[in-house]
Design a protein around this ligand. Sequence first.
Ligand code: CIR
Length: 263
Amino acid sequence: MTQGFVCDGPLGVSRAVARLPGPNFSAGLTTCHQAPRGLAAILEQHAAYIRALETAGLSVTLMPPEIAHPDAYFVEDTAVVTPGLAVITRPGAAARRGEEDAIAGVLGRYRPLARIQPPGTLDGGDVIVTETQVLVGLSGRTNPEGARQLEGLLAPQGYATATIPVGRGLHLKSSANYLGDGRMLVTPALARHPAFRAFDRLVVPEGENYAANSLRINAHLLIPRGYPGTRRLLEPLGLDLVALDMEDVRRMDGGLTCLSLRF
Ligand code: CIR
């Protein structure tokens, strides 16, 4: 099950790194007005997510929680992994700096490492990697210097970089995700951005922006549960659609892609 399509690079993905939410996960950063319902609920959602990654063919390294960093289970923000290099980020939120150190320890077993240096900031949630391109969202978390450093690190790996201002939402991947085969899943607000012109754009219906954060892994497509219009949009792709309850992850401003690094 490790062969096949890839959404985070040009080769089939076979591994993932994830981290358990800790007992103080609700102390993490969020702009959502609904409080999460508790540890048991998010652990159940997380466990179902890990099972979905395994069913999609990934071998998952599951790390323990990091109490000093209640957002540390959003591992996507700490690295950008390509077939030839893992770039360890410098997270844009000061409260999240330091999460990346343990992730570097794991990724260093599989890839040469590079690091984003101050004054650059970069969150992996702002980085879409296609077969040939890296699209970087300039957001409250990722600054132009972080994007510039990433461009310099990934150009020798064969990637061209473009930047996209993130108007709404926390990260670029809150609003757009690459589904492979030249297809980009986007919110209505981003659908006409010139950086996406070359892609076949699938636009989530109004009111379903959260579902733009869906995650293709090989022949599987993980989508958040409760977004029927997006489900209908994606069904014709013929992928194995897996709808997951993300309610408490959403209440902490997270989505499907944030909970793992795939490579
Ligand atoms: C934060 O605000 O940093 C976390 N509570 C949520 C991070 C979500 N990460 C992602 O979208 N890649």
